[in-house]
Design a protein around this ligand. Structure first.
Ligand SMILES: NC(=O)c1ccc[n+]([C@@H]2O[C@H](COP(=O)([O-])OP(=O)(O)OC[C@H]3O[C@@H](n4cnc5c(N)ncnc54)[C@H](O)[C@@H]3O)[C@@H](O)[C@H]2O)c1
Ligand SMILES: O=C(O)C(=O)C[C@@H](O)[C@H](O)[C@H](O)COP(=O)(O)O
Ligand SMILES: [Zn+2]
Length: 359
């Protein structure tokens, strides 16, 4: 459910084991503390960010936290997916220890999905878990990565191979930050937003095509509310939550094989079109679905194909986390608004990727 608070912010309550609110509105960046419950035991706050977001919003966030009475430290690492590794993770942990953070003190993840995943995993691990707050500044982080408690880093073998399920204490999304995003980064967030439409909401899929930057608060709240439903029903991904991986088995392989030159949102966009092609080849969907999905993604400024050879992608997909024994789970769209989980044998992966890559 989406409610509106007294100040016009949209609020989505996430009722996982640890419950929290996602608050979406204007001008929130300097008031993060006012959206976090139970702060009485917190005295120190460590803001983790990247070196692009540092120059944009770190001052506002730290000033607000200091005004609220906290001792504040900051740690910024180089922006981008290549930083989502064990060295950055270790450096964040060392920062928390050097600043004498206790298990009651709080981490603030200020930035996009990379910051959220690394800082969230550090919060999950530091002293076996300290509270953290997600402050998403990209569209992708606003609609997806800041909600649901998946945290992770990449290993040499692939994407998100080490991590934890660890819910934040609050998510505070200032749409003024999202409005300031360059178009390429906004587009990456549109891929995950359109994903929700393909999964379960054809109306959202259409509405996202209608000048989304003019309706940011409403659209972000609708996306978060959809993610909430999957996460509440299946917090640790035993079944239903697997649907949120639409486009990701292909997408993670594209990211890895490109040396992370293809950003996550763009890889998911290509991956969703690949999934639709595989659906069509199995007569689960028609070609019109492939074309409609590709058109929507292209209109949002996203790529829909890659030149990486199918066999390289199939090889990378074998180390995907969604592999279980000798099968890999794919999410295949049937219509806009309806998808199915399909297990594919590892021996069939080559053929699936050949089909997926046919333009
Ligand atoms: N945990 C989850 O559930 C989940 C879900 C989806 C994606 N992810 C992960 O999220 C990551 C992708 O996140 P992303 O797309 O936000 O990438 P990102 O964190 O790398 O951010 C993209 C770029 O935008 C910059 N930036 C951030 N906010 C900005 C702003 N307001 N204005 C200008 N520049 C800004 C960043 O510095 C960075 O250079 C991937 O690692 C992906 O695996 C996780
Ligand atoms: O929250 C989820 O569940 C998701 O799958 C959201 C995805 O968009 C996200 O990219 C996630 O990190 C992928 O999950 P993974 O378990 O395959 O790493
Ligand atoms: Zn994703």
């Amino acid at each position: 459910m989406i409610r509106t608070d007294g100040n016009g912010n949209s609020v989505v309550h996430v009722a996982t084991g640890e419950q929290y609110d996602v608050t979406i509105g204007k001008g929130l960046i300097g008031r993060v503390a006012s959206f976090v419950p139970s702060l009485e035991k917190v005295s120190r706050v460590a803001v983790v960010t990247d070196d692009v977001v540092e120059g944009l919003f770190l001052g506002d966030v730290t000033d607000g936290l200091k005004r609220a009475g906290f001792e504040v430290s900051a740690f910024a690492f180089p922006a981008g997916e290549p930083s989502k590794n064990i060295h950055t993770f270790a450096a964040v942990l060392e920062h928390l220890a050097e600043h004498r953070m206790t298990r009651n003190d709080m981490v603030v993840a200020l930035g996009g999905g990379v910051v959220g995943d690394v800082a969230g995993f550090a919060a999950a691990s530091y002293m076996r878990g300290c509270p953290y707050v997600q402050v998403p500044t990209t569209m992708l982080a606003a609609v997806d990565s800041s909600v649901g408690g998946k945290t992770a880093i990449n290993l040499q073998a692939g994407k998100n191979l080490a991590g934890a399920f660890y819910q934040p204490s609050a998510v505070v999304c200032d749409i003024d930050c999202i409005a300031a995003l360059p178009s390429g980064e906004f587009a990456n967030g549109m891929a995950e937003s359109l994903k929700y439409g393909v999964l379960c909401d054809a109306g959202l899929f259409d509405d996202l095509g209608d000048n989304p930057r003019d309706h940011l608060q409403e659209l972000i709240a609708r996306c978060v509310n959809i993610k909430r439903r999957y996460v509440e029903a299946d917090e640790h991904e035993g079944g239903l939550r697997k649907f949120l991986n639409l486009g990701h088995t292909f997408g993670h392989a594209i990211e890895k094989c490109s040396g992370y030159a293809v950003p996550h949102g763009s890889a998911v966009a290509i991956g969703m079109v690949m999934a639709a092609r595989v659906s069509a080849s199995r007569v689960m969907a028609d070609q019109a679905l492939v074309d409609r999905l590709a058109r929507a993604l292209e209109s949002a400024g996203l790529p829909t194909s890659t030149d990486i050879p199918a066999e390289e992608l199939a090889w990378a997909a074998q180390s995907d986390k969604k592999r279980s024994g000798d099968t890999v789970t794919f999410v295949l769209p049937k219509t806009i608004g309806n998808c199915e989980l399909v297990d594919v044998g590892v021996a069939e992966l080559g053929g699936v990727f050949e089909t997926a890559c046919q333009k």
